[in-house]
Design a protein around this ligand. Structure first.
Ligand SMILES: [Zn+2]
Length: 208
């Protein structure tokens, strides 16, 4: 998209129009050169998206699906795609029974990817003066928990005392679920709470 007059690549797209035929998409751009002010048109054609085989691994399962991609684009390991199961990161590309790091999409047989939207699984302990109710809960990786939060979990209303992350123990500040290992809490006699984690429980155990 360099300026045909002065050769600068400092250009601004003023307008774009899309036309499509059966197999191709044509995009026409109206462009202004920021260096010399020349206004010109440029045209891009791309093949229309087609479905490609996509295998997504998520924790210990894998899902087979397809994803629509433009055959004329290139794909490489590490690229993030938006699949029907959320965002996934490409981990391997199969072209004619061989695994490659990158490829033109039209040559690809199968795309292997892992989900980047796997929830974080954290432990949540409720100290019941000797007994402990221990939960496994799944949360969005960005969900923030802070010491002092008042939380409802099943019949308990508890206050968070300590958060153990991969690196340390927190008694102040906050941590995102993505780095939390376990949250320690104690019941409080409140009726109100900041949030309810009951629906996020995957498993409960009780030990004395
Ligand atoms: Zn120019």
């Amino acid at each position: 998209m360099d300026c045909p007059v002065c050769g600068s690549d400092d250009v601004e797209i003023l307008n774009s129009k899309q036309k499509s035929s059966k197999k191709k998409i044509m995009e026409e751009y109206l462009i202004r050169c920021e260096s010399c002010g020349h206004v010109f048109k440029d045209m891009f054609t791309a093949k229309k998206p087609e479905p490609y085989r996509l295998i997504i691994s998520e924790q210990d399962k894998s899902h087979k699906t397809t994803i629509d991609l433009s055959p004329s684009d290139e794909l490489k390991v590490g690229d993030v795609l938006l699949s029907d199961l959320g965002q996934v990161e490409v981990t391997s590309i199969e072209v004619n029974d061989k695994r490659v790091k990158k490829s033109k999409i039209e040559d690809i047989t199968t795309i292997w990817a892992s989900s980047v939207e796997i929830p974080a699984r954290i432990g949540f302990s409720v100290d019941l003066h000797g007994d402990v109710d221990s939960y496994k809960i799944d949360l969005d990786r960005d969900f923030e928990i802070a010491p002092g939060d008042v939380v409802k979990i099943e019949k308990h209303i508890v206050k968070v005392h300590v958060i153990k992350t991969q690196e340390r123990k927190l008694t102040s500040g906050f941590a995102k679920a993505g780095v939390i290992k376990r949250v320690y809490s104690k019941p409080v006699k409140f009726n109100n709470f900041d949030y309810d984690l009951t629906k996020d429980i995957v498993k409960k155990t009780n030990r004395e």
